[in-house]
Design a protein around this ligand. Structure first.
Ligand code: TYD
Length: 393
């Protein structure tokens, strides 16, 4: 399915950069054998992860709590201590590794975006600023030894050379080491029509079946799966060297669920395509109507995901007065592709718009709890997951 020409999802820019803005055709395909759902063309990693990478993990309280419990669970389940060694791929600003550092557990973050890697280093997190692959795994092994746990959160689905990555993981893990990673779950995307999970950075949308198939050739087996509501529905996969641990019941349970939603059938993806088109039509009907009424409409959260919604649906600066976002590096720039102004959160609270389009829908509970004043001022929400509606929140 093609979503048309897309800019870089986190490519917030200034007007002088408009003429050089990069676009690619964002189209997806699914392998009928291994069920890998993926982008057909992906911009080079250097176009996405660099000195000005706009994504900082510690922007949401809920996500900070989530990473703390992720770390605590791994430490307890695999009895990690000061003699262990853990590696996190795409460690960003150190949001998760700090919990290992606090317990003096030897750790290493591998983070290719220099600005966020620097923030982590300044916070005392041992960080290597590079892309992880087989060669990098060998270098880490030579310098630090084998790892008890390799973790990644919202990272694995960003790495196009999954084979080199899986080979690197197999090289770096101890015989009883574990790989634990989580990413947005394909089944959630299909069920909620959350097609905004598809953008340049997400080269893959995994399901259990595709994860098993991708890691099997490298001697790694899926031993546990756990579902979370973060990022609009994520699956956490635990893999280990084949035979090192018993396979838990959760693996069968989710494989059965995937069968039940016909994740293997081409019809499922044709249905998804028409749901995306319907979602676009319904959202634009609302936004065009509000534009005709001269309503003030703001986007809430300049998420990476919003780049897909904005550019696929054809939302322009005529529909949205601005997008409010709490991340300093995005503020006072313009959104990728449609060039809608990004304003600090204070612009939203200073003078509430009539409507707010909830781009950061994955943080809905947290946002609704803190935006009671917007609601009591008469403000209304526009949501598009799972259906486009005007709501009370
Ligand atoms: P995120 O959830 O990481 O989504 P994506 O992976 O699609 O980028 O991004 C959330 C964005 O929304 C981030 O830029 C911060 C912003 N945000 C707000 O402006 N206000 C809020 O209350 C929250 C929770 C997030």
């Amino acid at each position: 399915m093609s979503f048309g020409q897309m800019p870089i999802a986190n490519g917030f820019l200034n007007p002088e950069q408009y003429k050089d803005e990069y676009f690619y055709e964002m189209a997806t395909a699914v392998c009928d054998k291994c069920l890998m759902f993926q982008l057909i063309e992906q911009p080079t990693p250097e176009k996405m992860f660099h000195e000005n990478y706009a994504f900082f993990s510690q922007t949401s309280k809920h996500m900070c709590d989530h990473f703390q419990s992720f770390a605590e669970k791994v430490i307890a389940q695999y009895q990690l201590n000061k003699d262990s060694f853990v590696v996190e791929l795409g460690s960003n600003d150190g949001i998760m590794l700090k919990h290992f550092a606090n317990q003096s557990i030897p750790h290493l973050g591998v983070e290719p975006s220099a600005n966020v890697a620097r923030v982590a280093s300044e916070r005392g997190i041992n960080t290597l600023c590079t892309f992880f692959n087989e060669q990098c795994a060998n270098e880490i092994k030579d310098k630090y030894g084998l790892a008890d746990a390799i973790m990644a959160a919202n990272v694995m689905c960003h790495i196009p050379d999954l084979n080199s990555l899986a080979a690197g993981v197999a090289t770096l893990l101890k015989p009883n080491g574990v790989l634990i990673f989580q990413d947005p779950y394909l089944a959630d995307v299909l069920e909620k029509t959350s097609y905004d999970q598809i953008y340049d950075e997400h080269v893959f949308l995994f399901c259990l079946h595709s994860v098993q198939e991708a890691f099997k050739p490298h001697g790694l087996e899926l031993i546990e799966s756990e579902h979370f509501n973060v990022h609009g529905g994520s699956m956490r996969y635990t893999l280990a060297k084949t035979g090192a641990y018993p396979v838990q019941e959760s693996v069968n349970q989710y494989l059965n669920k995937e069968k039940a939603i016909n994740i293997h059938s081409p019809d499922t993806y044709l249905g998804f395509k028409s749901q995306c088109e319907k979602s676009k039509t319904n959202l634009m009907e609302i936004l065009n109507r509000l534009k005709d009424d001269n309503a003030v409409v703001a986007g809430y959260g300049a998420t990476s995901k919003s780049t897909t919604i904005i550019n696929y649906c054809g939302i322009t600066a005529d529909h949205l007065d601005y997008i409010s976002d709490t991340t300093p590096i995005k503020q006072n720039k313009f959104s990728p592709g449609a060039h809608i102004p990004i304003k600090p959160y204070e612009s939203f609270t200073k003078q509430y718009p009539n409507y707010a389009l909830l781009f950061a829908w994955n943080h809905k509970n947290e946002i609704m709890a803190k935006e009671q004043d917007f609601k009591s001022s008469g403000g209304q929400w526009i949501e598009f997951i799972p259906h486009a509606i005007i709501s009370e929140g």
